[in-house]
Design a protein around this ligand. Sequence first.
Ligand code: IPE
Ligand code: IPE
Ligand code: MG
Length: 250
Amino acid sequence: MEMDFFHIKKKRPQQVDTNLLPIHVAIIMDGNGRWAQRRGLPRTAGHVAGAESFRRIATFSKELGLQYLTVYAFSTENWKRPQEEVGTIMGLLRKYLQEAIEEMARDHIKLEFFGDLQSLDPELRDLCEQTREISKTYDGFQVNVCLNYGGRDEILRAIRAWSADCGAGMCQPDQLTESVFSNYMYSSGIPDPELIIRPSGEIRTSNFLLWQSAYSEYYFTDVLWPDFSSSDLLNAIASFQRRSRRFGGV
Ligand code: IPE
Ligand code: IPE
Ligand code: MG
């Protein structure tokens, strides 16, 4: 079925076939700082705008019919930033999570977190746990927020957990398969993202979903994350739908 999303924006987005939607889309929410700088605003204002953009895109993804949306919110490397900026981002996360708990109940959006929550401040960590608990009662559309997330860190943690299980006699090294190993990742039970979008003009993965992205299609755009609209998401999906995915075959 061809759906017309002309009402969304003046500039007509490309046609998307809603019967061939990806199940799982992942986004590297990048470009907040540059968005603010271009407006003569402090970088932190960009993070506020970026958080709003996340809200819009999450709601639209659900309406569109995606099943999973995974977003990169804070990487294991982002602690290198000035303390003030890290503090603002953490403060925004607290504020948005508090609001998200109410919204989740209304919109039935399931929220999960990928990343090492142990090193977050206790208040934020508690909010994440609380959100997770409430989410368990919902099914349907799920948003995974990558928080203090690193792809390499995720793989190391999986290896540590799997080794410990081997030590406890629960598994054996020669029986390790890709699907068994996948169950040790944060994304356990969730299909790999078919499409990974990176706004902001950077053409790199920056340690995002290293294991899960083996056969993901990438879509790069110069649009900065706070400006990323529903039309941009539709254009990314339209681009995905025009590609020939071969998975190593012919
Ligand atoms: C993404 O925007 C948000 C985080 C990494 C937390 P940036 O803050 O990286 O924005 P740019 O890349 O500097 O423009
Ligand atoms: C990737 O963006 C991480 C997030 C968007 C959360 P960065 O801005 O941290 O990536 P680099 O530094 O440009 O590679
Ligand atoms: Mg950046």
